[in-house]
Design a protein around this ligand. Structure first.
Ligand SMILES: NC(=O)c1ccc[n+]([C@@H]2O[C@H](COP(=O)([O-])OP(=O)(O)OC[C@H]3O[C@@H](n4cnc5c(N)ncnc54)[C@H](O)[C@@H]3O)[C@@H](O)[C@H]2O)c1
Length: 444
């Protein structure tokens, strides 16, 4: 099925739905009745953080894995349970005020579009979508319907990231010319394409798990849970997975828009698994916070980052496991990922940051622990549904960030080749790359 047909079907469902006032943040003092699609893995964390808001009633839980669904149901015994989000929306859609989508990436857009077509606010995990076309469609629909939306990049609401944004925008290192960022995580797969099939466990509905993705035999340990990230049909590799988090602050702080060029140096594509190592370079046109061109360089996979003279810290300190360094006219700013303060480096030495020189009144208080900070991003979404706050990672922002990252993921199919992106046309100058901007939807 073409993506457009799926979206049209979802729209038809929406015409049966009642408009919920939560869509525009006017629920007032009521409880927000949430529906959670994908409740294992990160979905369990999302459920915990959302339900810690005093104005939330967990109304529905949906998962294609009966064991994971049962675990969530034990925590929220009153919630209605479903294996298929389409059935959930059909049967109880009118009672739902907000939807949380925590499935593998390929199901983000199909589930979120259905929810948004029914006028529901959506909190969707990162990266927003699996395809560029889906990110654009989600952004467009959220805008047309004026929906409250938030992407699940919870560290966006953490003190250290907000502080780094403030410092960069206040000119602490002057105009920035380069950002180098890295993650040694390995969500790639250089192994052989599996053959044959394994028996599908009784607790898993494999057809629903595949959803709109093309039919494929089940293989134990290969896809569900979490390893789907490594596979092109379902995830976005390490770059899509971690790049969205680690590039978020540079993208936001430097007010970046659309990249001009993207190059990914990695192994040749086999059309199945993502490369285990990506070395990606973007060039962006200048912004008020950058020099004429901003170069963003990303390293991932085992051993990342590759050694480079610019990736050296004062006192020969070890680089943080994951993070980014901003290089500016007046110095560099190191931003570890995450829960560590940014560090200023001038002339090869650390320099204390005198916060009294900056207006950091809206940055909050230093983070003491992940557990104490993490609810903020989620509660912001619920408070926005209640008309009391504004989301800081709405789909209007998330779609642009996700699109930018997905361009680098696509560049991985054309190793060492520089791709030229035309955002207005929504296409690469290299025609052969355009086929990867959109994917066909299977009827399931
Ligand atoms: N923000 C973060 O820090 C963070 C961390 C980890 C994962 N994530 C994101 O969370 C999402 C899930 O990742 P994960 O690691 O939890 O994966 P996972 O495979 O461990 O869990 C996914 C869950 O969704 C369920 N599921 C799959 N297809 C479904 C469908 N069609 N309908 C309902 N449920 C379905 C699975 O059974 C499972 O319970 C991904 O988008 C990932 O990028 C975000």
């Amino acid at each position: 099925m073409k993506r457009r047909t799926f979206v049209k079907n979802a729209a038809a469902l929406s015409s049966m739905a009642m408009f919920t006032s939560c869509a525009t943040g006017k629920l007032g003092g009521k409880k927000v009745r949430t529906a959670h699609i994908g409740v294992g893995g990160m979905g369990a964390e999302d459920l915990k953080s959302i339900s810690s808001h005093p104005n939330v009633e967990v109304y529905a839980l949906c998962d294609v894995d009966a064991d994971r669904l049962a675990q969530a149901k034990m925590l929220h015994p009153k919630a209605k349970t479903f294996a298929d989000y389409r059935v959930m929306f059909d049967q109880i859609g009118k009672n739902i005020d907000a939807v949380i989508v925590s499935t593998p990436d390929h199901t983000h857009a199909p589930a979120s579009m259905m929810a948004m077509n029914m006028d529901k606010p959506v909190y969707c995990q990162k990266p927003l979508t699996h395809h560029v076309s889906e990110a654009r469609a989600m952004n467009k629909l959220a805008k047309e319907k004026n929906l409250i939306t938030q992407m699940g990049i919870q560290v966006h609401s953490f003190y250290d990231y907000k502080l780094a944004t403030k410092l960069i925008q206040s000119g602490i290192i002057g105009k920035v010319n380069t950002v180098r960022a890295w993650s040694p995580k390995n969500w790639g797969y250089d192994g052989p394409i599996p053959t044959g099939s394994d028996e599908v466990p009784a607790n898993l509905d494999w057809n629903l798990w595949l959803g709109t993705a093309k039919q494929r035999p089940f293989k134990k340990g290969m896809y569900h849970p979490e390893n789907w990230r490594k596979i092109m049909d379902y995830g976005c590799g390490t770059f899509g997975d971690m790049g969205v988090h680690i590039f978020d602050t540079p993208y936001n702080a430097l007010a970046l828009g659309v990249p001009r060029t993207i190059t990914n140096k990695c192994r040749p594509s086999n059309g199945f698994g993502f490369p285990e190592n990506n070395f990606v370079t973007y060039e962006f046109p200048g912004t008020p916070f950058t020099t004429d061109t901003l170069t963003w360089i990303w390293y991932d996979g085992p051993g990342a980052p590759n050694p480079h003279p610019e990736l050296v810290l004062p006192n020969k300190d070890k680089l943080p496991d994951q993070g980014a360094i901003f290089y500016g006219e007046k110095g560099n700013l190191l931003l570890p990922h995450f829960l560590q303060l940014p560090k200023l480096i001038v002339d090869g030495k650390y320099q204390a940051i005198d916060l009294s020189k900056y207006d950091v009144s809206d940055v909050g208080k230093p983070t003491v622990s992940y557990d104490l900070e993490v609810h903020k991003h989620y509660h912001q979404f619920i408070d926005a549904c209640l008309g009391k706050d504004t989301c800081t990672a709405p789909f209007s922002y998330a779609a642009k960030l996700t699109e930018t990252i997905l361009l680098g993921v696509i560049a991985g199919r054309f190793p060492n080749q520089t791709l030229h992106w035309d955002s207005e046309k929504g296409s690469f100058a290299e025609a052969e790359a355009n086929q990867y901007l959109e994917g066909a939807y299977r009827e399931f």
